[in-house]
Design a protein around this ligand. Sequence first.
Ligand code: GLC
Length: 443
Amino acid sequence: MTAALTDDEATRAALAQLRANDVGTFVKPAERQYPHQWNWDAALVALGLGLHDPERARLEVRSLLRGAWRNGMVPHILYHLGASDYRPDPAFWRTAEHHPAGLPTSGLSQPPILASCLHRLHALAPETERAAWHDFLAETYPAVLAWHRWWHTARDPEGRGLVAIVHPWESGTDDAPRFVPALARLRPTAVPEFVRGDRTHVAAAERPSDDDYARFVHLIDLYRALGWDPDAIWREAPFRVVDPFLNAVLHRADGDLAEVARLLGEPTDEIEAWRDATRRAYPQLWSDAAGTFQAWDDRAGAPLPSSGIAGFAALWGRLATPEQAEALRAAFADPAAYAPVDPAGVRLATVRRDDPLFMPRRYWRGPVWIVTNWMVADGFDAAGMHDAAATLRDDALALTRRHGFHEHYDPTDGTPGGARGFSWSAALTLVLEREARAARLEA
Ligand code: GLC
């Protein structure tokens, strides 16, 4: 175990990590494991970088939006540099008809956190940078609006007020337990040309199982055969899940986008209509018995009972009532659920400890992720639960200071896991430090 860094050292280390992963026009999520540009990683990297190097942050976002499809979708992976040892490789997706010339992309999207990051960058900008951020909001607004419209139509064509994802990767939390029953029903057919590449740089025990992976690839195989047509995918997708996490991210981002629209003097009716519809529909995801929000399986017509951070995302989305926020806080403080029992333990495990699917070192099955700590801390603060927020920020900062910037950390003892040199853990360290300082000043 290494000694923890001081404030200044932590800032320097985070900036050095982002520089190390910078290939010029985008920052790789991790040096070896993720050599392309990923959607929400890029937004989070831009947020952290923007506090120190605004011009570089704007370039990150421009690179991401360059990948937008004609129908508005901003894809989850952009292969700016062409193929690498990462799988799926660009050709596997068969998206040539849709992606911009010369920039191959995946065919799925990812949590639309970009509007929230841009709005925050403008709000936090010093006086000297305000005008530049304002211009940048104007430059990016049409593409971000078109992307939100894509979510609200392609992934909610019936106007239910909640979008459904058609692949676990669209949630950003790939192998989360809430998807297990919906994936179990699939009967993956063999995809002969697919070879996994995700266990070259990271231990197999920290990655999704072969069963999960076969299903991830099977879904891509079905959708590429449908030519990535959103209507056909909506009709045929054997996996269609209303995810409380994705919907909370989108709802918050819609709110931030409406703020941006107001700053720019643009109309907000369309965005406010999305917001109203989500506010009306989201309460259906609450389970009194479980004390949390749960995903809904469109194909089974039933909830997907599961624990985990997806429920806490409602705090980030400002979608929990005070009573619901209190139930989430109680679980947060409960040693049978999320509070550590060991002195070396840290929060917030992405899955409850008493969940039969909890695995402290496997990817989204239990480890602490810096991004979810940051989001839930923000949500607890907004609910007036400042102690819980401070715990999450302190735990996240202690982890990155002690161990460096990893993809995730074991909640039972802080052991780092997943990819090393993980960009958003560095970027969000910069953001969390600033927020922790501000919270200390306010207290
Ligand atoms: C993993 C994560 C996803 C992230 C990507 C790149 O696939 O599940 O959320 O965007 O890695 O870091």
